[in-house]
Write a protein that binds this ligand. Structure first.
Ligand code: NDP
Length: 256
C-alpha cells in the first residue's frame, strides 16, 4: 500500500529497457510510481517495457542515453526537464543508476580501451549522470546505484568490472552523507548472478553455468530480474527511508 507522501512520485531508471532495469521499472510502476526509462540502442525493447508499464496504469517516457558519453548529459537533462514540465512536476524523486556493461578478461589481457569503456559507462557515467540530474531531484527522494556481488567475491576475469562496481559502492556511501541534509538517501544494491542478456546471456542460456551458480546459492537457483525490483522499491519507499549509505546484496545467498 502506498502512503499519502508516496503518491505522484517519478523514478528515472537507466537501462530500464531490458533485464534488471526493466524488472525494477515494472516493480516501481506496480507500486504506483511513474517512470522515465532510458535505453542505449535497443528502442524496440524500450517500447515493449513502456507498454508493460502503461498496462500497469502508470505514466512512462523513454529517453535514449549513452552512459559512456557525458557530453550528451546536458541534452538528457533537457529531455527530463521537458517531461517533468509536461507532467506538471517540479522534479523527479528516485534515480536508479542501473545501466551497465560487463567485461570478462584476465588482468594480463585487458586493454586500456576496454578498461576506459567500462569506466565511462559503469562508474564515471553513474557519477556524473547523478551530478547532472541532482538539480531536478526532489528533496527526500532516493538514489539507488546497482553494483554487483562481485565486489565481495573474487571471480576469474572480473578485476576491472568488480573494481568499477566497488567504486560505485564507495561513491554511494559518500553521496549519502552529502545528500543527507536534503533527505535524499543513497544506497548500492548488489545483485548476484541474474538471468539476463548480460555477459552474452550465459546465466540464462548456458545450462552448466546456471546449474553451477544455483548449486552455490543458498536459495538454490539463479536470480531473476523480478528478484531485484522489490528491494529497490522498498529503499525508495517511506518504509526504507532510514536506510542510507549501505551496500545491500540481493543474491539469494550466493557463495556464502
Ligand atoms: P542487460 O545487458 O540485460 O541490460 C543492460 C541495460 O543497460 C539495457 O537497458 C541497455 O540498453 C543498457 N545499456 C547498455 N549499455 C549502455 C550504455 N552505454 N549507455 C546506456 N545504457 C546502456 O544487463 P543487466 O540487466 O543484467 O544489468 C543491469 C545492471 O546490473 C548492470 O549495471 C550490471 O552491471 C548489473 N549486474 C548484473 C548482474 C547480472 O548477473 N545480470 C549481476 C550484478 C549486477 P539497450 O537495451 O539499449 O542496449
Amino acid at each position: 500500500m502506498i502512503t499519502e507522501t508516496e503518491k505522484n512520485k517519478i523514478a528515472i531508471v537507466t537501462g530500464g529497457s531490458r533485464g534488471i532495469g526493466r524488472g525494477i521499472a515494472l516493480t516501481l510502476a506496480e507500486r504506483g510510481i511513474d517512470i522515465i526509462l532510458t535505453y542505449h540502442s535497443n528502442k524496440t525493447e524500450a517500447e515493449s517495457a513502456a507498454k508493460a508499464i502503461r498496462e500497469l496504469g502508470r505514466k512512462v517516457d523513454i529517453i535514449q542515453l549513452d552512459m559512456g558519453d557525458t557530453s550528451t548529459y546536458g541534452r538528457f537533462l533537457n529531455d527530463v526537464n521537458e517531461i517533468l514540465q509536461n507532467n506538471g512536476a517540479e522534479g523527479f524523486d528516485y534515480l536508479v543508476n542501473n545501466a551497465g556493461t560487463g567485461l570478462h578478461a584476465s588482468f594480463e589481457n585487458i586493454s586500456e580501451d576496454d578498461f576506459d569503456t567500462l569506466y565511462r559507462i559503469n562508474f564515471k557515467g553513474a557519477y556524473f549522470l547523478t551530478q547532472t540530474l541532482l538539480p531536478l531531484q526532489n528533496n527526500n527522494g532516493s538514489i539507488i546505484n546497482i553494483s554487483s556481488a562481485m565486489t565481495r567475491l573474487t571471480v576469474d576475469g572480473g578485476s576491472a568490472y568488480a573494481a568499477m562496481k566497488a567504486a560505485v559502492e564507495v561513491f554511494s556511501r559518500y553521496l549519502a552523507k552529502e545528500l543527507g541534509p536534503r533527505g535524499i538517501t543513497v544506497n548500492a544494491v548488489a545483485p548476484g548472478v541474474i538471468e539476463t542478456d548480460f555477459g552474452g546471456g550465459a546465466a540464462r542460456d548456458n545450462a552448466a553455468f546456471n546449474e553451477m551458480i544455483a548449486a552455490d546459492t543458498a536459495l538454490g537457483r539463479v536470480g531473476l530480474p523480478a528478484d531485484i525490483g522489490p528491494i529497490v522499491a522498498t529503499l525508495a519507499a517511506d518504509d526504507g527511508h532510514w536506510v542510507t549509505g549501505q551496500r545491500i546484496e540481493v543474491s539469494g545467498g550466493m557463495s556464502l
